[in-house]
Design a protein around this ligand. Structure first.
Ligand code: ATP
Length: 238
């Protein structure tokens, strides 16, 4: 039985809760892990997939470490967490991570593989405000539930403004998260719900980690010990 078939069989019994967490992850840092752990505590996921974004050739100007390094660091960071999964979903057929991928297609892929399960998309509020720039974002918002981690200075109303009024739907959404305290609901759409997680963001940013590594300053505590070791051994961000 393939993994996908096993997932389908499991789904027949009880829908699993699968979270997708995408980003540049250049590198994955304690802010990302803190958010994933907080979302996990609140929503009780069966799996959280960390999905490093591909780096298409036309975006090479952006200072993004090659895909294999970003994936390796995610794999190291996930090793302490039994249900954190390093994902190759956007690695492309040649695993180079140089083909353009869109979140809407990635979510479709997971909906196919985890047919019958419940899919959540974890995203920071800063990234959510940019979502109208994403391919088929209106479709994307209807494909899975969203969990937005609030970031300093972003008000929930600003998040709501991003959602086209035509997508607003149900008013009977289940506001309790299974096994945890209620989460604030930003919006109930026709088929999906957009949740807000407050007080889970930290000040850490990948930009800061790269800057410190570049200057030869310590990055201890900003990334996991294994990731710190990897960055030093590979001489990344110098
Ligand atoms: P950079 O500094 O290079 O812009 P970043 O630290 O924001 O990177 P990304 O890989 O771009 O990291 O972020 C992936 C996702 O994690 C985004 O949705 C972002 O909002 C969220 N995120 C990033 N840093 C934090 C943090 N400290 N706390 C909570 N969420 C975060």
């Amino acid at each position: 039985m393939t993994v996908a078939q096993a997932h389908r069989t499991a789904a027949k019994h009880q829908p699993r809760r699968i979270a997708l967490f995408g980003g540049s992850f250049d590198p994955v840092h304690s802010g990302h892990l803190g958010l994933a752990c907080a979302a996990d505590r609140r929503f009780n996921f069966d799996e959280i997939h960390f999905i490093p974004a591909s780096r298409p050739p036309h975006k090479l100007k952006q200072h993004l470490a090659p895909f294999p390094h970003r994936f390796a660091m995610i794999a190291l960071a996930c090793s302490d967490h039994p249900h954190f999964v390093p994902s190759l979903a956007e690695a492309g057929e040649d695993f180079s991570g140089t083909q353009l991928h869109y979140s809407v297609d990635t979510v479709r892929y997971f909906r196919h593989v985890y047919h019958g399960d419940r899919i959540f998309f974890i995203i920071g509020a800063d990234a959510f405000l940019d979502i109208p720039m994403w391919k088929e974002y209106e479709t994307l918002l209807g494909l899975c539930d969203f969990i937005i981690a609030n970031r300093p200075g972003i008000r929930p109303e600003a998040l709501r403004l991003v959602i086209p009024p035509g997508l607003m739907g149900r008013t009977d959404a289940k506001k309790e998260t299974e096994g945890g305290p209620p989460s604030q609901v930003v919006a109930d759409l026709q088929r999906t719900t957009i949740y807000l997680l407050e007080n889970v963001s930290s000040e850490v940013s990948a930009t800061d980690v790269r800057r410190r590594a570049h200057r030869g300053q310590s990055i201890h505590g900003l990334v996991s010990v294994r990731v710190e070791e990897y960055i030093l051994k590979q001489g990344l961000y110098r």
